[in-house]
Design a protein around this ligand. Structure first.
Ligand code: ZN
Length: 257
């Protein structure tokens, strides 16, 4: 049985049997893995607190070997516990949504250090109080890019003409083209995608270009926030093939914040 070591983030935890946990991690050097922590829920087990959701840790595990479908967790040592993400309803909802997107979007053990860094940096920013709605959209746009589904935000997917922003005309609508991964201009609307305005395209471009530390510098109206979340959710859920379980709870948490 091969022993492996990696930095990892806990993205899903479920109880198994009387005292065990099955834990899914996203690891810096191993991608997504699922492993069992034997007797983790017994009093005194170090796994009891080390394997809470979102914990950033150093992990040693035995890799799975057919016919066994799970790895076995050997040792854990916490690097950053991210307590605050579990102690605040809004932050908990956002972090649950982000980790569920990673869980749904990544199929197996492909190593992807950019994705690991994106998730880690986003959890840090969330803990430090960054605007949750902008942070989610930032994460989604960068996640799409890393997974090969980057939204094309400069030219129309049909006629290839460059968008000339017309911020004065708020009734002028464009649309996210689900089949082509970009935006349809006013002349090429297919009327089967998510409506989107020039203003939101500009916000998306900013979020795509900027560093995570500058996400909170953006100031947009409540109406634009709602439009941004609606458009991003529409595209992301379409690509994933279904709505993440945490999406409705997240929506309520944002409304009540
Ligand atoms: Zn067009």
């Amino acid at each position: 049985m091969a022993v492996r070591e990696t930095e990892a983030i806990v993205i899903r935890v479920r109880k198994w049997g009387e005292s065990n946990l099955i834990v899914t991690f996203y690891g810096r050097s191993c991608g997504k893995i699922t492993a069992i922590a034997w007797r983790a829920r017994k009093q005194g087990s170090p796994f009891n607190i080390n394997l809470e959701l979102f914990t950033y840790l150093h992990l040693t595990y035995y890799d799975k070997e057919p016919p066994r479908e799970l790895g076995i967790i050997n040792q854990t040592s916490v690097i950053k516990p991210f307590y605050e993400l579990r102690g605040n309803i809004l932050k908990l909802s956002v972090a649950s949504y982000l980790t569920e997107l990673v869980d749904m979007g990544v199929k197996g053990k492909e190593r992807n250090e950019s994705l690991f860094e994106l998730l880690l940096a986003t959890l840090h920013s969330l803990q430090n109080g960054c605007d949750p709605e902008l942070l989610i959209s930032f994460f989604e746009l960068h996640l799409l890019g890393i997974l090969g589904y980057r939204l094309r935000l400069n030219t129309c997917t049909s006629c290839q003409k460059e968008f000339i922003p017309d911020y004065s005309n708020t009734r002028k609508r464009l649309e996210i083209d689900l089949d082509c991964g970009g935006i349809s201009c006013t002349s090429c609307l297919k009327n089967n995608g998510a409506p989107i305005s020039y203003g939101i395209i500009a916000v998306m471009r900013y979020l795509e270009r900027t560093e995570i530390g500058r996400v909170g510098n953006l100031r947009i109206s409540q109406a634009m926030r709602e439009e941004l979340r609606k458009a991003m959710s529409f595209y992301v859920f379409h690509l994933l093939g279904k709505k993440p379980k945490s999406a409705d709870i997240l929506k309520k948490a944002i409304q009540n914040a």
